[in-house]
Design a protein around this ligand. Sequence first.
Ligand SMILES: Nc1ncnc2c1ncn2[C@@H]1O[C@H](COP(=O)(O)OP(=O)(O)O)[C@@H](O)[C@H]1O
Ligand SMILES: [Mg+2]
Length: 330
Amino acid sequence: MIKVKDLTKRYARTVAVDQISFQVEKGQIVGFLGPNGAGKTTTMRILTCFLPPSAGTASVAGFDVLEQPLEVKKRIGYLPETPPIYPEMETLGYLRFVGKLKGLSGADLEKRVDYVCERCAIADVKTKLLGKLSKGYRQRVGLAQAIIHNPDVLILDEPTAGLDPKQINETRDLIKDLAGEHTIILSTHILPEVEQTCEQVIIINKGKLVATDSVRNLRARARGAESVLIEIAGRTGPLDIPVVQHKLQQVAGVSRALCKQQSDSQAVFEVESEKGRLVRGDLARAVVQAGWDLNELRPAAMTLEEIFLQLTGTEAPAEEEKVLVEESHS
Ligand SMILES: Nc1ncnc2c1ncn2[C@@H]1O[C@H](COP(=O)(O)OP(=O)(O)O)[C@@H](O)[C@H]1O
Ligand SMILES: [Mg+2]
């Protein structure tokens, strides 16, 4: 459904996208993962015909973004990083306006407007001004405008950025729900987002493709060993960190224990275990038997940076800000 081949985009001196190639099959929901400045938005803007590539090709449903942009646009719904919303318009008026731009009219237009309002759970704000809506509602109106013409492909640029946890869940559920009918690419810089929503993942860093794989395979590749975080408190007085560390390291199957955080009365350790070993039960027993309190024990979430480190063996990716600072100094 989407084919990208050796795609490159340069802005003045920055190579924002550097010869990336990938494919997305019909009906897939794909996470486009990378830190700030990786080139996600640039790639999405090329796919949606807002920007021409500097080199390479991109096509949607067999139509090239440069040669047949109108055909591409017909088949794509786009939610940009900042939803294209006019604060002084009402929800209904706005959706009718976007629908008309996409070539809908009359009864068809009204039917689609009703449908997307229902679908995106915005029916109760139909007559509200967009400027007065909460961020969560605004994002759902953004999704509604993206699907108004029932496109084959949805391109969603950081659809949950800036939302609170409840809104994130609602938006995620909605996206998953839409996945049955549309091929979806969504970008994010948050790894759990991809795990919870997507089947496939494309990782880019500094404009380059780092990996493209199923979420399952990626996890397996990235995670050689299991890691847990354990929060321990002393019952009678301050903890002796080296003693605790030694104790944890003695648990069978534990390869490493590192103190990540400590205060007067408690400490958090990250404990790595050998591949395939389940050590949580033994860890908990060891802590309690030593006379300490076990406040918390949870899997250590792998950060994007850690996945990057493991996949690429390079340093953690630079933040967009840093890149910009370097730019303005050079
Ligand atoms: N209009 C622009 N002009 C110059 N540089 C840009 C422009 N847009 C993006 N960039 C640069 O291109 C790189 C990729 O940006 P972007 O595609 O926005 O990444 P992401 O969406 O992954 O955060 C960054 O280094 C960014 O600073
Ligand atoms: Mg972006």
